[in-house]
Design a protein around this ligand. Structure first.
Ligand code: AMP
Length: 227
């Protein structure tokens, strides 16, 4: 299964991707995670991407496409993948279509997460992540006693708030989403790939809706090179 999860920052794409990884055994490819890792490692891409990320702007396509291509070339993507936070503009969407068509592995669906603005602001303000394993938690929904420590890692490291989850930066990221990313819904609708879910619900309920939707997709489109 090859899918894109699309939605505003804080719409739950990352959290739901983690659950789909467990359910379907295919990897999540989050360009945000890849970029944060490049920044943390101080790679050339990371150094160039940092200022845009800190300001809540999109990182230039050349860098994003570079790290995305590298990740897609890894073997674990052969059975499928969940794209989280990519593509984010028309240039990236076009490049993705060309790339996947070229290897005979088109997308099966693009799922748009619809969430009210007030709910997004609440979710982002409560979002915390583990710097060690990358898991995302939310202090508003975590069972009492689990936050602010990671309950997945053995040594229970303290959870931290992402620098770009600060309020002014969040506002900028929402604007960028509305202007550059959300219009991609029409692009994918025209290709018959768009599915929409109401994501104004608990994490478990959204997972249930998402799995129902994905399991009801038509059988996957045949691979061009399949014999
Ligand atoms: P995310 O974790 O997906 O919210 O991404 C965090 C930040 O990384 C974004 O605000 C952008 O600065 C950058 N970023 C992530 N994915 C992309 C992308 N596909 N294109 C451009 N910038 C991106």
């Amino acid at each position: 299964m090859r899918i894109v999860l699309m939605g505003a920052p804080g719409s739950g794409k990352g959290t739901q991707s983690q659950r789909l990884v467990e359910r379907f055994g295919i990897p999540q490819i989050s360009t945000g995670d890849l970029l944060r890792s490049a920044v943390a490692r101080g790679t050339e891409f990371g150094v160039r991407a940092k200022a845009a990320m800190d300001a809540g702007h999109l990182v230039v396509d050349e860098i994003v496409l570079g790290i995305f291509r590298e990740r897609l070339a890894e073997r674990d993507t052969e059975r499928g993948f969940i794209l989280d936070g990519f593509p984010r503009n028309f240039a990236q969407a076009g490049a993705l279509t060309t790339l996947l068509t070229g290897i005979g592995k088109p997308l099966d669906a693009v799922v748009l997460f619809e969430v009210d603005y007030a709910e997004i602001v609440k979710r982002i303000s409560g979002r915390r992540s583990c710097q060690k394993c990358g898991r995302v938690f939310n202090i508003h929904t975590a069972p009492a006693g689990t936050a602010p420590h990671c309950d997945v890692c053995d040594d229970k490291p303290l959870l931290v708030q992402r620098a770009d989850d600060e309020e002014a930066t969040v506002r900028r990221r929402l604007e960028v989403y509305e202007q550059q990313t959300r219009p991609l819904a029409d692009y994918y609708a025209a290709q018959g790939l768009l599915r929409t879910i109401d994501a104004n619900a608990s994490v478990d309920e959204v997972t249930r809706r998402l799995i129902t939707l994905l399991e009801s997709l038509p059988a996957q489109r045949p691979l061009r090179n399949a014999s």
